[in-house]
Design a protein around this ligand. Structure first.
Ligand code: CTP
Length: 508
């Protein structure tokens, strides 16, 4: 699957002449050295050039002739907030005093270099990231959460506005994958190896922070060119075998930045899918990655693209999108944008809406199988399937209510009673699929106003009537609200009168 052509190999005793024949003569970029049927190493074209250069004595020492100098110290000053600049300087100074080269990497480096909105800071220190993290936390008056096994840490501190911030700190390392989709074991190594183990060239650049190197970009794998050309590209052919979640990440970045997955990279995803490696992932890893995709503003486009590449089908045949489903995805996007524009403070989880849509019109068993194949944790699954059942039970009632409302007999309090048990995400889902403009409007009215309506009288008013707080309070307040919504008691006086009348009736 992965060799692009027949490869000539050599034994360990091979001479430089034999190496030259393979690498220069047969134009093979590297020669695997094989002993007793096992590959024990490789000699690359660069190795060969270095040997010749050393012998002829007229070539530079370093083999890093590819990395052009690119310094972004000015970009940092122009683009980043005061707080971020301070952290970068500080990390560099600490690195210098501890004798550790320090870099800003990953999503932070990518977004800085591409001019996208700024991302939380990700740092890597060669040799000892934990020492850097501890010192950084001390200087910032924050704390550190360490992950000794992976030699990573999170520095948690408060910026000048009092907001909690996180800085990820890692140790430059080389990871060995024991078998596909397994968690890595860790060994200390250099920044180039650290960058090489990353997913895509655009995420594999580093900005050096210590000493006179401040602002110098390390770009060993053509990340700058790919950023410029808008391309998502892996660093080597086994990337998706090492980490199949990268297939989902590739689509996420492609859609977020309106890039394109490179043709070779897309082929590698398609090669990996029949190996069923996505199934070998732990449900949690799969779910985390899928959920991140569903939290993007471009989730609809990303899901359609995942379908096109075949990733959805590989996860579960039932996830394949038909035209009706694609339409539903677009409508869901519109609903979510509508909700976002309301600027309500209430937190909600858009990914849940996509989970409803992905299992739209499936029966209970099939929806459950879909959710399992996305790694949805049992607690969340219970919550989502329960709401799905509520929505199913309610669908017809809502349409009936709408008809009655349009005829002038549907009561607003009844609409509230129908929709009240549902979580916000389920309400947004109803707006997405309900094929009735009137009903859609009614649900939107419930979300924007009805949901927040309160009676004009309060518990104090009831206490003043000599009542004792208890379940009766909520019953009476509910009575007042119902009358208010249905236009029968528009103000506090009318609502109080209604309460009194009801108490009197109960007494008789
Ligand atoms: N990474 C990787 N393979 C993965 C996950 C992460 O190589 N499966 C590397 C990438 O270099 C990535 C970095 O770890 O840039 C940080 O990962 P993460 O925080 O998940 O992604 P970001 O690039 O920061 O993306 P986002 O903007 O979504 O936070």
């Amino acid at each position: 699957e992965y060799m692009q052509r027949r490869v000539r190999t050599l034994p360990p005793e091979a001479t430089i002449r034999e190496l030259s024949e393979v690498i220069l003569g047969a134009r093979q970029r590297l020669a695997p050295i094989v002993e007793k049927g096992e590959t024990i190493g490789v000699v690359t074209r660069t190795d060969l050039i270095n040997i010749f250069a050393r012998e002829s004595g007229n070539m530079p020492e370093s083999s890093r002739m590819d990395a052009k100098q690119w310094n972004v110290a000015r970009l940092i000053d122009e683009r980043l907030s005061e707080d971020k600049r301070r952290i970068l300087r500080l990390a560099g100074e600490i690195g210098e005093s501890l004798g550790l080269p320090v870099y800003a990497v990953g999503g932070f480096a990518r977004d800085l270099l591409a001019g996208f909105t700024s991302h939380d800071i990700d740092l890597v220190a060669e040799k000892d990231g934990l020492a850097l993290a501890r010192e950084l936390a001390r200087e910032l008056g924050g704390r550190v959460r360490e992950h000794e096994k992976f030699k990573t840490a999170v520095v948690i501190y408060h910026d000048e506005t009092g907001e909690e911030r996180h800085i990820d700190v890692a140790t430059a390392r080389l990871e060995y994958y024991e078998y596909p989709a397994a968690l890595p074991t860790v060994e200390v190594s250099s920044i180039k190896m650290d960058l090489f183990r990353r997913d895509f060239s655009i995420n594999a650049m580093a900005v050096r922070l210590d000493s006179e190197h401040y602002g110098q970009v390390e770009d060993f794998f053509g990340g700058r060119r790919d950023l410029k050309d808008g391309r998502v590209r892996v660093l080597h052919t086994l990337s998706f075998v090492e980490d199949p979640t990268r297939a989902i990440r590739a689509v996420r970045f492609e859609q977020r930045y309106k890039f394109r997955i490179g043709p070779g990279t897309e082929k590698l995803i398609k090669n990996m899918l029949p190996m069923r490696l996505l199934e070998k992932l732990s449900p949690q890893r799969l779910f985390n990655e899928f959920r991140l995709l569903c939290e993007e503003e471009t989730a609809a486009e990303a899901l359609i693209r995942m379908d096109e590449i075949g990733i959805l089908k590989a996860l579960n045949e039932r996830l394949v999108l038909n035209p009706q489903k694609k339409n539903l995805l677009k409508r869901c996007k519109e609903t979510l944008s509508w909700y976002k524009m309301l600027f309500f403070e209430e937190k909600y989880q858009p990914w849940i809406c996509w989970f409803y849509v992905l299992a739209h019109n499936q029966n209970y068993g099939d929806a459950s199988a879909i959710y399992d194949s996305l790694g949805l944790p049992p607690g969340r699954k219970k919550e989502i399937t329960r709401a799905r059942e509520q929505v199913r039970a309610l669908k017809n009632k809502l349409i009936e209510w709408q008809k009655a409302y349009e005829l002038g007999t549907g009561k607003t309090s009844e609409l509230r009673r129908l929709l009240k048990p549902l979580p916000l995400e389920a309400l947004l889902y109803i707006m997405t699929f309900v094929n009735d403009i009137g009903a859609e409007k009614s649900v939107s009215r419930y979300i924007t106003t009805l949901r927040r309506e309160k009676p004009d009288i309060t518990g104090h008013d009831l206490a003043r009537l000599g009542l004792k707080p208890g379940p009766l309070f909520s019953e009476l307040l509910e009575l007042a609200l119902t009358a208010k919504l249905d236009g029968k008691a528009p103000n506090s006086r009318a609502q109080l009168a209604l309460v009194k009348a009801s108490l009197k009736k109960a007494d008789q």
